[in-house]
Design a protein around this ligand. Structure first.
Ligand SMILES: Nc1ncnc2c1ncn2[C@@H]1O[C@H](COP(=O)(O)OP(=O)(O)OP(=O)(O)O)[C@@H](O)[C@H]1O
Length: 299
């Protein structure tokens, strides 16, 4: 379990994180969403023990992360702009990581390099941006680290490589109980494979939820009232948003599907239907309740 408690971080007079508290379950895929400058990279670097927070604490499995080599050998950070030693090849990189990660899996490294069509002996500076990202991901999943901190890892990958990397992460979660934490400004990128999503806005976590809970506990209803007027039908529902088009109301409510449906049925409207919500619509509804416009916070 990763626990961040009231984490603050500023760079000189620039605030980056303001009292961020979050819990990330071991064995889950956690998506960290936020617009440019929201503090995602700073938060990941603090979680990985690369940066020290000004105040607050970060623990992994109840141990502090910063300057703790044992915990850090269980963490791997894939930076948004990976740095490679000058003139080094993937093979050199592998030798370097073997000195840091005691469980580095050389056979896996070799087989993944082969699967991705990358030459171990070629200088990394001659690789494209996407190929460099692939090398970083291969090192991360071969390192044997339990916690993978991934900063905009899908940026620059083509759709096939993107899917291959997602499968690698999902496989490691299932097989080794690994915990990838993936920062992205693109919600749609994370929607199909994260278990939990945290929304970071201006240095603070706005909310952090299990995706299944989010999807199960918000309903979108289309409704044409009958004899009972709409305000009366909706009175006992936890309404988050209402839009009207002619007689048709589109209403977003918090609550589980069965109870919502039972209440609507009891009111005997002319027509009603419960519609699936996209994660984007859920985010918009959730953040509006908090007084924000998610359309400006997410892509
Ligand atoms: N080394 C640094 N020196 C000064 N300010 C910094 C530094 N690193 C980050 N910041 C500032 O901290 C804030 C958060 O930056 P951060 O890189 O964590 O955001 P981000 O959410 O990762 O953004 P992006 O999506 O654009 O990568 C920004 O205001 C940024 O200017």
């Amino acid at each position: 379990m990763i626990r961040a408690q009231a984490v603050h971080k500023s760079f000189g007079s620039t605030p980056a994180l303001d009292s961020v508290t979050a819990e990330i379950r071991t064995g889950s895929i956690y998506g960290l969403i936020g617009s440019n400058g929201a503090g995602k990279s700073t938060f990941l670097r603090i979680l990985a023990g690369i940066l020290r927070p000004d105040s607050g604490s970060v623990t992994i499995d109840d141990q502090p992360v910063f300057e703790n080599p044992e915990i850090k050998s269980r963490c791997f950070m894939i930076s948004d702009e990976p740095y490679f030693f000058s003139g080094c090849t993937p093979r050199d990189l592998k030798e370097y990581y073997k000195t840091i990660y005691p469980h580095f899996d050389e056979a896996r490294f070799r087989s993944l390099m082969n699967n991705f069509g990358l030459d171990e002996r070629r200088k990394i500076r001659t690789f494209s941006k996407g190929m460099k990202k692939q090398v970083s991901v291969i090192c991360a999943v071969s390192s044997g680290a339990d916690y993978l901190f991934c900063d905009e890892t899908f940026d620059g990958l083509d759709p096939v490589a993107r899917q291959a990397v997602k499968s690698l992460f999902a496989g490691d979660v299932a097989e080794f109980c690994a915990t990838p934490v993936i920062a992205s400004h693109n919600l749609r990128e994370l929607e199909d494979f994260c278990d939990c999503i945290g929304l970071l806005h201006r240095g603070g976590i706005l909310f952090s939820r299990d995706l299944d809970d989010m999807k199960l506990n918000i309903q979108k209803i289309q409704l044409i009232p009958g004899d009972i007027p709409a305000p009366e039908i909706l009175r006992d529902l936890d309404v988050m948003d209402t839009q009207r088009s002619g007689r048709m109301l589109t209403v977003t409510v918090r609550g589980n599907r069965a109870e919502t449906e039972a209440r609507l049925r009891a009111a005997n409207p002319l027509y009603f239907e419960l519609l699936p919500l996209s994660l984007e619509e859920i985010f918009i509804a959730e953040t509006e309740v908090n007084g924000y416009d998610a359309r400006k916070l997410i892509v």
